[in-house]
Design a protein around this ligand. Structure first.
Ligand SMILES: Cc1cc2nc3c(=O)[nH]c(=O)nc-3n(C[C@H](O)[C@H](O)[C@H](O)COP(=O)(O)OP(=O)(O)OC[C@H]3O[C@@H](n4cnc5c(N)ncnc54)[C@H](O)[C@@H]3O)c2cc1C
Length: 215
């Protein structure tokens, strides 16, 4: 991962400072064209003058990852905000189940950092790298890693172990992001019910294997 800090000539909108908020960044490609990629606000200055983004430098590389690899101080990007849906956990929630790969890791950290006082977090990290050491676990936050091939199986086992389906109404929230096919599979294993209503489920594909967008 590579962390890059951005400031803006305009005042940054308040919606950027909510957990799992993201923005659309525009990266230069050939002939003066730009392509857009989504990136999470991984951190920010207390006075809201600056936001940080953690770029996963994936091996296949694309305009965004290679921009981040070679970026130097003073570089500029166009950015806009549309469609960002923060992850706001109801304070009556008993637990939140968080699943994601390296691209979701920055968002997962912001969600864990903003948990309501009585809510527990169960974090399943996946992808090619085990990043569990970078989320502080304690009695309220449990963190596991499963490589991509095993993630769905481990997710299903974790869901059963937590007995989500038999909990009281609204007791659970689930947030997941990562590779699109995996997210489709995760979505299909989640059954909505009183304990996990649809409004408490956010699952989103953050990237697609072997697909290059906008080139
Ligand atoms: C709402 C949202 C928030 C996001 N937040 C973050 C974030 O905070 N940090 C972050 O790093 N990413 C984040 N992403 C994911 C990021 O936008 C994608 O990984 C994006 O495709 C990278 O663009 P690129 O130009 O580097 O590669 P692309 O041009 O999109 O793709 C080039 C090649 O690389 C492959 N590829 C793309 N991403 C990955 C990957 N992660 N692992 C392996 N191969 C890959 C593609 O399949 C393709 O073959 C977010 C996405 C969304 C939608």
């Amino acid at each position: 991962m590579k962390r890059v800090s951005f400031s803006s000539p305009d005042q940054l909108p308040e919606s950027l400072f909510e957990p799992a908020a993201w923005m659309r960044l525009w990266f230069p490609v050939s002939f003066g064209r730009e392509v857009q990629r989504g990136y999470t606000v991984a951190g920010y200055a207390l006075d809201h003058s600056r936001v940080d983004v953690s770029f996963y430098l994936h091996q296949t590389s694309g305009p965004a990852a290679s921009w981040a690899l070679h970026v130097h101080a003073g570089s500029m990007l166009n950015a806009n905000i549309a469609g960002s849906q923060p992850c706001i956990i109801d304070e009556r929630c008993r637990g939140v189940l968080l699943v994601g790969d390296e691209t979701a890791f920055p968002a997962i950290r912001t969600i864990v950092g903003s948990l309501p006082e009585r809510t527990h977090a169960y974090v399943l990290l996946t992808g090619a790298h085990d990043l569990t050491d970078f989320i502080a676990a304690d009695e309220r936050v449990k963190v596991w890693y499963a490589p991509t091939q095993k993630a769905l199986h481990v997710f299903a086992k974790l869901k059963d172990k937590l007995q989500i389906d038999s909990a009281e109404p609204g007791a659970w929230h689930c947030w997941a992001a990562g590779e699109s096919a995996m997210m489709r599979a995760i979505r299909s294993t989640i059954s909505h019910g009183d304990s996990l209503p649809k409004s408490n489920v956010q699952v989103r594909g953050y990237w697609t294997k072997r697909r290059i967008m906008g080139l």
